[in-house]
Design a protein around this ligand. Structure first.
Ligand code: UGA
Length: 429
């Protein structure tokens, strides 16, 4: 099938590349000329495991091409996938103005029947709105359909997720469009659930908000564990054994970040307010998360007192492992608070230091965990990067000024660390 992706951000690039790898012909469009010219050379503007190799492979086999020419992209495709960002505006609302702009252009450019699929996370009613805008801007009197096809990829495992998805959701009001999009997904051989466009739009928000709520819930239980002498690792494990609860998203820590959960929670909350519905749970989920992000600071203060002039070592900057994405990362809240309190920060992250350097040039960026721990009065782990599990902690103890570690992701072996003389603080144990 001839498919065009509009917007080669994270979702668009991964989706386009995987569809090309399954044998479809992909034209990927973006207005950003620099991005497009580097993609033409096989260079990916962010880190995602396996993505770069897959793009190079499909560039070679000519199943994928990158262009800034929107007319060419649209007129040579049967299916147009909108993958443009919907950032939060000041009130937390999802800003769909870029989608509205591109919809006008689509209307003026389509020359025969097209299916337009919206992959971006959009407020309920956006598909209907896009259909209206396209219709109002049609130059050629052709048929078209707009379907909702929300995305469920996770950063860091996006390629795996694309090939191993649990569900494909299609919100459609047209049998003709349904067939086109079902045919596109045929090679993936995954369950497809067809709904109305409104339900499909809400499935995305409801899923992300539920997962985020699960995290804030387990984080509250973790905080309570500390007060009553229970251990969150055991409590979560005991909960996981109940299939009604499920085994995932029960890792307590310093909270969720990223480009999706915070944005989507705020968007649903503000959409609720707009139509007169008060989402109490979502409000509390966000509130708990804000407090959770800076818990490590309170733990350090409980043992060091004032952090003024203390040297604090921060391991991990991205919001999760296997990505260089620092958007809404709890590590940034930790940095802000440490700086406010007059601490000096030394840091190491295997993937995202360059991104943080642009925002915080005053930090000391080191090449590895050991250098960053030299003379530290305390170490905070903010991201569960795999390599932190293999650190020689005896060496770290000899390099640090004080053997204090706050494990914000509950990823280290606390019994071992305590046995070699570390003052270890986890979250909820
Ligand atoms: C999330 C969803 O998981 C995807 O299904 C969705 O497609 C995506 O948002 C999106 O809307 O585009 P993502 O933000 O990439 O994916 O990352 P997650 O793996 O969901 O993690 C989000 C945050 O929750 C991370 O900061 C992670 O550290 C935190 N988390 C996750 C916990 O604190 N505890 C857990 O048990 C799980």
């Amino acid at each position: 099938m001839n498919i065009c992706i509009i917007g080669v951000g994270y979702v668009g690039l991964v989706t386009g590349t995987c569809l090309a790898d399954f044998g479809h012909n992909l034209i990927c469009h973006d207005i950003d000329e620099t991005k497009i010219s580097s993609l033409k050379a096989g260079k990916v503007p962010f880190f995602e495991p396996e993505l770069s190799n897959l793009i190079k492979k499909n560039l070679q086999s000519k199943t994928i091409e990158f262009t800034t020419d929107l007319k060419y992209s649209i007129q040579n495709s049967d299916l147009i996938m909108i993958c443009i960002g919907t950032p939060s505006n000041q009130n937390g609302e999802a800003d769909i103005s870029q989608i509205e702009d591109v919809s006008k252009k689509i209307g003026s450019l389509i020359n025969d029947y097209k299916v337009i699929a919206i992959k971006s996370t959009v407020p309920v009613g956006t598909n209907r709105k896009v259909e209206k805008i396209i219709r109002e801007n049609l130059i050629n009197p052709v048929d078209f359909d707009v379907v909702s096809n929300p995305e469920f990829l996770r950063e860091g495992t996006a390629i795996y997720d694309m090939f191993n998805s649990h569900r494909i959701i299609i919100g459609s009001n047209s049998k003709r469009a349904e067939k086109v999009i079902k045919d596109m997904y045929l090679p993936f051989d995954k369950p497809i659930y067809i709904t109305t466009r409104e339900s499909a739009e809400l499935i995305k928000y409801a899923s992300n908000c539920f997962l985020a709520t699960k995290i804030s819930y387990i984080n509250e239980i973790a905080n309570f564990c500390e007060k009553v002498g229970a251990n969150i690792l055991e409590v979560a494990e005991g909960m996981r054994l109940d299939p009604r609860i499920g085994s995932m998203f029960l890792n307590a820590g310093i909270g969720f970040g990223g480009s999706c959960f915070p944005k989507d929670l705020k968007a649903l909350l503000s959409f609720g307010k707009e139509i007169g519905y008060d989402f109490k749970i979502i409000e509390k989920t966000l509130e708990v998360n804000e407090l959770q992000k800076i818990l490590p600071i309170h733990k350090l203060e409980s043992i060091l007192g004032s952090l003024n002039n203390r040297t604090i070592c921060l391991w991990g900057l991205s919001f999760k492992p296997y990505t260089d994405d620092i958007r809404e990362s709890p590590a940034l809240d930790i940095i802000d608070t440490l700086l406010e309190k007059g601490a000096k920060i030394k840091t190491y992250d295997p993937l995202s230091m360059n991104n943080v350097k642009k925002l915080y040039p005053q930090l000391k960026y080191e090449d590895d965990c050991y250098k960053s721990a030299e003379s530290a009065d305390g170490i905070i782990v903010a991201t569960e990067h795999e390599e932190f599990k293999n650190i020689d902690f005896i060496k770290i103890k000899s390099l640090a000024h004080l053997p204090i570690i706050v494990d914000g992701r509950n990823m280290l072996d606390c019994l071992y660390l305590r046995s070699i003389g570390f003052e270890y603080f986890g979250i909820g144990h």
